[in-house]
Design a protein around this ligand. Structure first.
Ligand code: NAP
Length: 399
């Protein structure tokens, strides 16, 4: 009974309620997959400061008590995090830079006034403070896997996170701070991105020891930057370059599950505070195995060109050398990103004793199936040519 009430997140659930009566309200099974968890009102732990007003049954039009500022919400993961926060009746503040169009798709995810885009400048502390002023939760999704002329790895992936943690500490009313890092973040990594992410984790935990760190593996989903890129490259050039010999192991994770882990951490009793979670999918693949799955989904005959590491680095190097030397912007790296090639030298999988999805009550989805069904748009003959996973599989048997 306790386990069920914990899963439902209902602190006020009377111990006298029977499991059958709960099941009649919430169609729960024994296992939940990612975002398929039953909805419920937030039980956000309110250690110390703040006062939460909660109303309703936990749906989109309820009041969860969470007012979250989601930095980096305009990105891939951001749309799923905002959607899940809005779905439980949270108010979401969306700081954005650039065009008014970048947060536009997020506004539709909540009731009128629930999603509030706020123009900010990541180099102007006052605008960050304004975006955080009314919040009681801060989620940092800011990150970039390549450098630009304007922003270095260290500034985007470390300094900005550190600055957010400083401001959140000064704010005094931020009950939960969630930092999204990367699986493999380490000060000894051969990747500058992963070193910057490790430095960010350290700075945040120094300022806010109660922050929660999420380290997702490479994320898969409709807007991902791995399988979509591969499929687009194949459509253009008819082959896929496999860096190294394709034997590097990765543990891809469905983006919706990562968003579910973030919201689950917010809804727990505070037990995720001060912890680091490594979020990998249920299966480990070599790059080659993952490419085979992608080829199967787009219904193309697999064709690879193995690119040894030194050759891949030589292809990627000119951009890095020229980036700050030429007076004009260079194209963003696509298949050959020097930092990612460096990272590929080692396997990136969840470590043995790490906290993970199971500690947040989530069963992550397998990659094969719904999470990669969007790849049907790359099929020869169009997306409707042949059957889809959803047609072939009994939903009860999934995953
Ligand atoms: N994608 C993955 O496979 C993966 C795997 C592991 C960890 N992660 C981490 O998870 C987080 C979210 O990933 P994602 O795939 O959603 O990233 P994304 O799609 O690239 O989005 C990144 C977000 O960060 C913002 N951002 C980037 N550079 C910025 C800058 N200089 N100043 C202010 N904002 C900036 C972007 O804003 P704009 O829209 O204005 O550019 C965007 O909102 C990142 O921290 C990433 O490192 C991602």
């Amino acid at each position: 009974m306790q386990a069920v009430s914990r899963r439902l997140g209902h602190q006020s659930l009377k111990p006298t309620a029977s499991i059958a009566s709960i099941k009649s309200i919430y169609p729960i099974s024994d296992q939940y997959h990612g975002a398929d968890q039953p909805r419920y009102v937030s039980t956000i732990a309110s250690k110390g400061v703040g006062h939460l007003v909660r109303k309703g049954t936990g749906g989109r039009s309820s009041v969860s008590g969470i007012i979250a500022t989601v930095f980096g919400a305009t990105g891939f993961l951001g749309r799923y995090v905002v959607q899940q926060l809005a779905k439980m009746g949270s108010q979401v503040l969306v700081p954005f830079r650039g065009s008014e169009d970048s947060p536009r798709h997020l506004k539709l995810m909540g009731d009128l006034g629930q999603i509030v885009p706020m123009k900010y400048n990541p180099r102007d502390e006052e605008t960050i403070k304004a975006a955080m002023a009314k919040a009681n939760v801060v989620i940092n999704l800011i990150g970039r896997e390549y450098e630009t002329r304007n922003f270095s790895f260290e500034e985007v992936n470390h300094s900005m996170a550190e600055q957010l943690a400083n401001i959140a500490k000064e704010h005094g009313g931020i009950m939960r701070f969630i930092q999204v890092s990367c699986l493999g973040a380490s000060s000894s990594s051969s990747s500058r991105l992963l070193r910057a992410k490790a430095a960010a984790e350290e700075s945040i935990l120094r300022d806010l020891p109660e922050a929660t760190i999420m380290r997702p593996a490479v994320m898969i989903g409709t807007e991902d930057r791995l399988l979509n890129r591969w499929a687009q490259f194949i459509k253009k050039y008819t082959f896929l370059p496999l860096i190294g010999d394709g034997s590097t192991k990765i543990q891809p994770v469905y983006v919706v599950d990562v968003a579910a882990a973030i919201t689950a951490a917010l809804k727990d009793d505070g037990s995720s505070m001060g912890k680091v979670y490594e979020l990998g999918g249920p299966e480990i693949f070599t790059m080659h195995e993952l490419a085979e799955i992608m080829y199967d989904m787009i219904r193309e005959w697999p064709s690879y060109v193995k690119v040894p590491f030194p050759v891949a680095k030589a292809i990627a190097m000119p951009r890095e050398l020229l980036l700050k030397r030429v007076p004009f912007p260079l194209p963003n790296p696509d298949m050959f990103n020097l930092d990612q090639i460096n990272a590929l030298a080692t396997d990136t999988v969840v470590s043995e004793n790490a906290l993970s999805f199971s500690d947040l009550g989530i069963v992550p989805h397998k990659v094969r199936g719904y999470p990669i069904e969007y790849l049907i748009s790359y099929r020869k003959g169009g997306p409707n040519f042949g059957s889809t996973v959803s047609e072939r599989m009994d939903p009860d048997a999934y995953p």
